[in-house]
Write a protein that binds this ligand. Structure first.
Ligand code: HEC
Length: 132
């Protein structure tokens, strides 16, 4: 009997941990504020980023539409999504966003996203990139 209780406890704790990791990420509460603070200044539909790439973070629809070459979000797969890759440090500094190669950094024109923000973008895309 005692060992059964112990097992239930482990299952309960594990479920709580899993539920904690899977917390739904909200576009409006979690993602949009990151994009507004770090990307909108250049990707507002007319800034230098939008002019160069066609990419605007103005609205959920423009975010999902992507660049003039196509979508940057693949709902359900962060690892296939340009949006996720370019905010991680895993890609060539030339294409990292916000622009953060040395020159930009020196001009104070870009800083890395916090790892929690990158994680939220990853989870949001993996959870389907919903307009939630
Ligand atoms: C200081 C201005 C600036 C900021 C801030 C900025 N971008 Fe950009 N972004 C650009 C420019 C300029 C380009 C075009 C780069 C090029 O074509 O070489 C670009 C291109 C892009 C592209 C297209 C890349 C491609 O390969 O087609 C995406 C996606 C993008 N930015 C996302 C973001 C995201 C997400 C953020 C915020 C985390 C951000 N940008 C912040 C200026 C900016």
């Amino acid at each position: 009997m005692q060992s059964l209780d112990y097992r239930n406890l482990i299952i309960a704790v594990a479920s709580i941990l899993i539920a904690g990791c899977e917390k739904p990420v909200s576009y409006s509460k979690d993602i949009r504020p990151i994009l507004v603070a770090n990307c909108l200044q250049c990707h507002d539909g007319k800034g230098e980023g939008s002019t160069a790439s066609g990419f605007s973070v103005e609205s959920y629809d423009s975010l999902i539409r992507g660049t003039k070459f196509g979508p940057v979000v693949v709902p359900g797969s962060a690892i296939s999504s340009t949006l996720y890759l370019i905010v991680t440090d895993k890609v060539d500094p030339k294409i990292q966003m916000p622009p953060r190669h040395q020159e930009s950094l020196a001009q104070g024109r870009g800083k890395s996203l916090h790892e929690v923000q990158v994680k939220n973008i990853e989870l949001w895309i993996d959870q389907g990139a919903r307009n939630n």
